[in-house]
Design a protein around this ligand. Structure first.
Ligand code: T4K
Length: 368
């Protein structure tokens, strides 16, 4: 029987390469609270990504929640409905009201031309997402933020290693947040990070992720436990050794999809726009009305053949019960996002995907 093909599969280095790391943890008995692997990984990621300061976290969601706390964001935050629920949930967890703004039809990122109309006296920040790792229109967003004195926190969960013309995409805005979840390009099983430009902010973030402790007896804020433990940090160090190889294979898969699906009637491959260096995290296609099947029929057909493509991001965040009564969540406010959510399908892309498996996916799409 053929194995199921999932939308992604975590990259795992050879197990024997992890044993020496485990041995060190067993020998030192330092398991967490900013141990040696934690410090090494923060340093290594700053170098690898080309960023100044990076604070590791248990996962991307706690990092988002903490990023908002670090900048003392309150009131209303403008964000996108076209993302994973964690984006807006991080606002609700801070008692902040998300205000949804529609997305750009080409990139499916927050549309900067629609932001200004959503700003109110309560607006304090913008939280855009680099969806699928494609950079947002960072210059336009920053201009609006500067004009209205707003902070910008990028949900960069998908954007590990992505560079635009200015270098790492993670250097834009006030803070950026990465996810190192198992399904991501770079994974530590669970994990995440906040990227920040200055040492003072990094220090505040470090306090916040450790209950607010600054020393044994002083607590300066109602912080949380967001610390990455030594096991995950060690995994990260090992993954970094293999990341170039993993990305090269992703690039090949991306190129094959583009070559074979471009020109298939009714299938639109989302273009990589704005990246100088891409990470090939996802391969999103839109099933247009002139494709013989609806998106859901194509999704079902692939599933019947053991191919588990995913509808990231359907439903829209704004359609979930905790958001849908908000005025900004109304469909009439979000026509582009609603249209994309009804057509999107993310195809399998991960380093271990075999060429014949990918061909099976392509043939099924072509033969519809
Ligand atoms: N912001 C954005 C924009 C995000 O996309 C995310 C997370 C976050 C914030 C929050 O970051 P974290 O707190 O998660 O660090 C997945 C992930 O759980 C989630 O991390 C991710 N975004 C989201 C887009 O996708 P699911 O529910 O679709 O995952 P799941 O379990 O269905 O996995 C997808 C496929 O991956 C499976 O069909 C098989 C494969 N898989 C998955 C896991 C977990 C494996 O082969 N092994 C595994 O261990 O949410």
């Amino acid at each position: 029987m053929t194995q199921p093909i999932y939308v992604t599969q975590p990259y795992l280095p050879p197990l024997e390469e992890f044993i020496p790391y485990l041995q060190k943890i067993w020998d030192s008995k330092i398991l967490t609270n900013g141990g040696p692997f934690h410090q090494q990984l923060e340093q290594a990621l700053c170098e690898h990504l080309g960023v100044k300061h990076l604070a590791l976290f248990t996962n991307g969601t706690i990092a988002l929640v903490t990023a908002l706390q670090a900048l003392r964001i309150t009131g209303e935050v403008i964000t996108t409905p076209y993302s994973f629920v964690a984006t807006a949930h991080s606002l609700l967890w801070n008692g902040i009201k998300p205000v949804f703004v529609d997305v750009d039809p080409n990139t499916l990122n927050l549309d900067p031309t629609k932001i200004e109309a959503a700003i109110t006296p309560q607006t304090t920040a913008i939280m855009p997402v680099h969806v699928y790792g494609h950079p947002c229109d960072v210059d336009a967003i920053q201009k609006i933020a500067d004009n209205y004195n707003l902070r910008v926190i990028y949900d960069a969960a998908h954007a590990f290693g992505v560079q635009d013309k200015a270098g790492s995409v993670l250097n834009h805005g006030d803070l950026s947040v990465l996810s190192f979840h198992a399904t991501k390009v770079f994974n530590t099983f669970e994990g995440g990070a906040i990227i920040c430009p200055d040492a003072k902010t990094k220090q505040r973030i470090d306090h916040l992720k450790n209950f607010g402790f600054v020393n044994e007896v002083t607590v300066v804020a109602p912080g949380i436990n967001g610390k990455m433990c030594e096991f995950n940090a060690a995994l990260g160090l090992l993954q970094l050794k293999h990341i170039d190889q993993a990305l090269a294979r992703r690039q090949e898969i991306d190129a094959t999809y583009r070559e074979q699906l471009t020109g298939v009637k009714g299938i639109h491959c989302l273009s990589q726009a704005g990246e100088k260096v891409a990470n090939y995290a996802y391969f999103p296609i839109l099933a247009q009305p002139d494709y013989p099947l609806s998106r859901d029929a194509l999704y079902d057909k692939l599933k019947q053949h053991g191919i588990h493509a995913r509808r990231y991001f359907y439903p829209l965040i704004s359609d979930f019960p905790m958001y849908r009564s908000m005025p900004s969540a109304q469909r009439s406010n979000l026509p582009v996002a609603a249209d994309a959510a009804s057509k999107i399908l993310c195809l399998p892309i991960y380093p271990a995907l075999q060429s014949q498996e990918q061909q099976r996916v392509i043939d099924l799409i072509k033969g519809a």
